[in-house]
Design a protein around this ligand. Structure first.
Ligand SMILES: [Zn+2]
Length: 184
């Protein structure tokens, strides 16, 4: 296969040089104290790979993310933040579920799918984050502590919306990539 970063032939998902180009991201706190652990800064190749996962089903990327997060994720059940149903059907992949599966496979931490997505919500990817965050529902009992899993955190609006229905005091979050904190 070909490296999705540089298109050179590789035996694994990313060549060593492209893998090394992914910049680690520091932890962030969003809202009133939601701790967000991110594998990478959302820039350059990491940004392209997130896009590839969301829109082209690039299923090697979750394993790279899981490798970067495995030692840093709190050992609580993983709750994927589900993709809005209309977009899941359109793109055929739920990125946060794929990320949770890879993290779970590497760490042994179970996945608990207690969040249900809305049928549709205004598009939030890209620059326009003025739209209201999606309205999630909880289906079933939530463990005492959980780790929300999502693909990208920008303003944190989606994660905070998910945290508010799960119980904000119960959660941390793990994401594939984080946008640098926005300038005021
Ligand atoms: Zn490469």
């Amino acid at each position: 296969m070909l490296c999705p970063g540089c298109a050179r032939p590789v035996v694994q998902f990313l060549c060593d040089r492209c893998r090394a180009s992914l910049r680690p991201a520091p932890e962030r706190i969003v809202g009133d104290g939601l701790r967000v652990i991110a594998a990478f800064a959302h820039e350059g190749l990491a940004r392209d790979l997130v896009h590839g996962l969301k829109y082209r089903g690039l299923l090697g990327f979750p394993w790279v993310v899981a490798g970067a997060l495995a030692d840093r994720v709190p050992p609580h059940p993983l709750v994927p933040v589900p993709r809005v149903l209309s977009r899941r059907l359109l793109h055929g992949v739920d990125p946060s579920l794929e990320l949770a599966r890879a993290i779970s496979a590497l760490t042994g931490i179970p996945i608990v799918r207690v969040l249900r997505p809305p049928l549709h919500a205004p598009r939030r990817a890209g620059r326009d984050h003025r739209a209201a965050p999606p309205r999630f529902r909880v289906a079933g009992p939530v463990p005492p502590q959980v780790v929300l899993v999502d693909d990208v955190v920008t303003t944190g609006g989606t994660l905070l919306a998910a945290a508010s229905v799960v119980g904000s005091q119960k959660v941390a979050a793990a994401v594939a990539a984080t946008v640098a904190r926005e300038k005021r």
